[in-house]
Each structure stands twice: as structure tokens, then as C-alpha cells.
Design a protein around this ligand. Structure first.
Ligand code: PAF
Length: 286
């Protein structure tokens, strides 16, 4: 695996890797903020199935953190992350420093409307601008054929798909933005780098979030009133030990529009806080 920290060597390395593979090689990018876990490694393994070359980026993007969020505390473990990626057979690790990503005088912002409204877009103002901006830059830097993202951040995936289409970042009619299903712990907790913040008691409580969501989905499939089910879901999350709920809502999976009843393409989205940690999860209604 080649590790690169600056833009010029990145371009040379990508060209050399593509050249060495005969020119027609497909390159997959897995963008991450590091603190890698099984969820990220699942993205890498899927990328290897879909492409000839795999690049992973690690960059803790300050522009997607709000002023009172966990930018400073966000886990940074480049050495162990690098070893994990090497063991997975990743070809290229793109690990720019802050100045390589946002040089002095940087002044451009990408804002995607529509799908970024509501849910995390409402609770974390500016978050999706930061995500869209850095992902657009990563695409322009690495120039992959495809890119893979976890479905845990479902709204993020919708924002990135919209941006890629609107800005012609990918080939027309090619499904180049690939969502990979959530990887869960044994008790159903969605894997996240932020799970490392949880104390043992908080971790036990967090494990009940997904069970509460599954119970709500089972009821939504029956004759129960959706408003009552959602109220019971919120009560169950708080009873499990969460301190507050940012949202527990049904939304259309593609447009992210709010739904007041289950139907067609509905998905259940939850964000809840325990201690200082904000956890998110989402599931299809079937
Ligand atoms: O999902 C993440 O880890 C980040 O939001 C991403 C896509 C790498 C952009 O910084």
C-alpha cells in the first residue's frame, strides 16, 4: 500500500497505479475519517469486489463539525488504521493534512438543498455543506470510477448522490455512488467510530436502540397508528437510558421528505444522545 499526504504525489501515484494495471483498471474510493472499524473494512472488501484498485482516504474534516461538536475529541489512530488497510490489500491511502485539503485562502463551499433538509441537516447546521465540499474535493483529487459509503449515514449518501449527479462528478447512467448496508454489533448497535466514546453502561443502553426500532417497524407493518408507534418508540429509547432524542421520524428513503405514515419507500431514522455521544441509525420498513 502506498501512503500519500500531498496532492502532487497523489496524482502521480494514481496515474502509476492505473498505468501498472494496463490503463483500463477501475479505481474505487472509500472516503473515511479514520478510526476504522469493521464497518469501514466491509466497505473496503466490497470495493475490492467491484474494482481493480482501491484507494481509502482518511481525513478528519473540520468543515463538517459544528462549533460545539467533537472535532478535537474525534479519535485519530493513523498507525493502526494504516496497518488494517495494508492487511486488507488496499492499494493507496490518501491522508492529506489540513493545509493540503484547505490551503490558505480556501473560500469555496458546496451546499446541496432538498435532501439535506431535516434530520441531521436540521440538528447539525452546515454539516452537509462540509461533507459535500470535502467529498467533492476527494472525488476531484483521486478521480475514482466508483465510491463507497456506509448506509448508516443514509442522509449523507442521499446528499452525495444528489451532488454527484448535479455537478457531473460521475459518468452519466453509471451507478458510481455505492451504498453498503450497515454493519452491526451482536446486539444490533450500528458500528460507528463514536461508539468508542461510550462507557460500559452507556454501551449496554445503546444496544437497545436498534431493538426498539425493530419493534416499532414490526408494529408499523400492522394496523397500529403510526403516531402512537413513534411516540412509544421515543419512550422506549429514553427508557433504555438515552438522555434525549434529536429525531425519530419516518422519511422517504430517496427524497428524505417527512412521512406521517408508513408506505412505499418509507425508512425509519433515529438520532439520540447518551452522555455526550450522539448516535444515529436507520432501517427500511418492510
Ligand atoms: O462518513 C464519513 O466518514 C465522512 O462524513 C466522509 C464521507 C468521509 C466525509 O468526511
Amino acid at each position: 500500500m502506498q501512503t500519500v499526504h500531498a496532492l502532487n504525489p497523489l496524482r502521480q501515484t494514481v496515474d502509476a497505479l492505473r498505468g501498472r494495471s494496463g490503463g483500463g483498471a477501475r479505481l474505487a474510493l472509500v472516503p473515511t475519517m479514520g478510526a476504522l472499524h469493521e464497518g469501514h473494512l466491509t466497505l473496503v472488501r466490497r470495493a475490492k469486489e467491484l474494482a481493480d484498485l482501491v484507494a481509502v482516504s482518511i481525513f478528519v474534516n473540520p468543515r463538517q463539525f459544528g462549533p460545539n461538536e467533537d472535532l478535537d475529541a474525534y479519535p485519530r489512530q493513523m498507525e493502526s488504521d494504516s496497518r488494517l488497510l495494508e492487511a486488507e490489500g488496499v492499494d493507496l491511502l490518501w491522508a492529506p493534512d489540513g493545509a493540503a485539503m484547505y490551503p490558505e485562502g480556501y473560500a469555496t463551499n458546496i451546499s446541496v438543498s432538498g435532501v439535506s433538509a431535516g434530520l441531521c441537516g436540521a440538528d447539525r447546521p452546515g454539516h452537509f455543506d462540509g461533507v459535500a465540499t470535502v467529498v467533492c474535493k476527494l472525488f476531484n483529487q483521486v478521480r475514482p470510477d466508483i465510491a463507497l459509503f456506509g448506509e448508516k449515514d443514509w442522509q449523507q449518501l442521499a446528499v452525495i448522490r444528489r451532488m454527484a449527479r448535479d455537478l457531473d462528478l460521475t459518468q452519466p447512467h453509471v451507478d458510481a455512488i455505492i451504498g453498503v448496508p450497515i454493519v452491526r454489533e451482536v446486539d444490533g448497535l450500528a458500528m460507528s467510530s463514536r461508539n468508542a466514546y461510550l462507557s460500559p453502561d452507556q454501551r449496554r443502553a445503546a444496544g437497545q436502540l436498534n431493538a426498539a426500532m425493530r419493534a416499532a417497524i414490526a408494529r408499523l407493518g400492522g394496523a397500529d397508528d403510526a403516531a402512537a408507534v413513534m411516540a412509544d418508540l421515543k419512550a422506549a429509547i429514553l427508557a433504555a437510558g438515552f438522555d434525549s432524542i434529536d429525531y425519530a421520524e419516518l422519511r422517504d428513503a430517496n427524497s428524505i421528505a417527512l412521512l406521517d405514515a408508513p408506505g412505499g419507500n418509507a425508512r425509519l431514522f433515529v438520532a439520540a444522545r447518551i452522555g455526550g455521544t450522539r448516535l444515529i441509525d436507520n432501517m427500511a420498513l418492510r
